[in-house]
Ligand binder design. Structure first.
Ligand code: NAD
Length: 309
């Protein structure tokens, strides 16, 4: 049995010492939060999935169930695992549900203000010795950890999208993260069948330090009229063997998230080469955030995505 592309997820039934963290809180039920809940529940953890929006929680459960059904159809999991895994996920909007979590991971909107507020509220509702994490794509782990009462038990855990399919997790120590905490998170991510890449705590870590400038350059290429949306994506797919074109990928990540990451790179590294393309800013201002809002560089209203430029 396998999970996603790794084929390494251990069977839940193989032993009862199933999980590093037995009860996990996930804050933010968007495309990443629901994916983290998905893989954690399949691996045997009890999951508390929290969001401010009830609709996000309903969507999350629907998407998790749909994706698990697809995994079963592909032979990646056994059909009999689905109902018990779904039964391990409890959703809600009340932070009190974090009371018995061994670990809480924050995966809400990529904004330092939002994340600081979430972490402040979370620690007031958590066990004093529980671990804390963030799935931020770019924001300083040291800064977020320093804002809590447990920087030594805090570790950055950057999953990739879609979580059940992508084999990588970047682990990032904050300045105060202890070796024991780091090892615990390494064990956790490996128990999910993921491969760990260790990154130092610099803006965007490894993946987004490299990926987002490429996506930004693709948007500048569109902005300057060098190529159309389909020309740019076709060029990069067929010319460099990328599975998705950069504009298609930007839509998939979420243009708000892309802009937020570029703003962190630009602000924290203070280098003009990371300046977000004005066209990206305009799309976000228009609420054209990509797949999640039905329109970005492509229009997702029909059966096949249609380029918008
Ligand atoms: P998303 O827009 O799909 O979901 C964000 C969710 O956070 C929404 O459901 C929203 O209701 C919720 N939220 C906002 N404020 C909240 C609050 N105060 N309390 C609780 N919930 C709140 O975003 P996403 O793509 O899931 O990104 C989430 C995090 O994961 C971000 O930090 C992002 O940088 C990171 N990330 C994203 C990707 C990606 O490809 N999109 C990949 C890796 C990591």
């Amino acid at each position: 049995m396998s999970c996603g592309t790794t084929g390494k997820r251990p069977s839940v039934d193989a032993g009862k010492e199933i999980y590093v963290f037995k009860t996990i809180g996930v804050i933010g039920a968007g495309q990443m939060g629901h994916g983290i809940a998905h893989v954690s529940a399949l691996a045997g953890a009890q999951v508390r999935l929290l969001d401010t929006a009830e609709s996000a929680l309903d969507d999350a459960m629907e998407r998790i169930a749909d994706y698990m059904a697809k995994q079963a159809a592909r032979g990646q999991i056994d059909k009999s695992e689905i109902d018990p895994a779904l039964g391990r996920i409890v959703t809600g909007t009340d932070y009190a549900m974090l009371y018995d979590c061994d670990m809480v991971i924050e995966s809400a909107t990529e904004s330092e203000v939002v994340k600081r507020e979430i972490l402040k509220t979370a620690i007031q509702n958590m066990l004093p010795d529980a671990y804390l994490s963030t799935n931020t794509s770019s924001i300083s782990i040291t800064r977020l950890a320093a804002n809590t009462d447990r920087p030594e038990r805090f570790c950055g855990c950057h999953f990739m999208n879609p979580v059940p399919a992508m084999p990588l997790v970047e682990l990032i120590r904050g300045l105060a993260t202890t070796d024991a905490t780091f090892e615990k998170f390494k064990e956790f991510t490996e128990a999910l069948g993921k491969t760990v890449a260790v990154s130092e705590d610099f803006p965007g870590f490894i993946v987004n330090r490299i990926l987002l400038p490429m996506i930004n350059e693709a948007i500048y290429t569109l902005y300057e009229g060098v190529g159309s949306v389909s020309a740019i994506d076709t060029a990069m797919k067929l010319g460099t063997r990328h599975p998705k074109g950069p504009l298609e990928l930007a839509d998939f990540i979420g243009l708000d998230t892309c802009l937020a990451i570029l703003s962190v790179l630009h602000g924290d590294l203070a280098d003009a080469k990371y300046r977000p393309c004005p066209l990206l800013v305009k799309y976000v201002e228009a609420g054209w955030l990509g797949v999640k809002t039905g329109r970005g560089f492509y229009d997702y209203a029909g059966d096949t995505p249609r380029p918008t430029r």
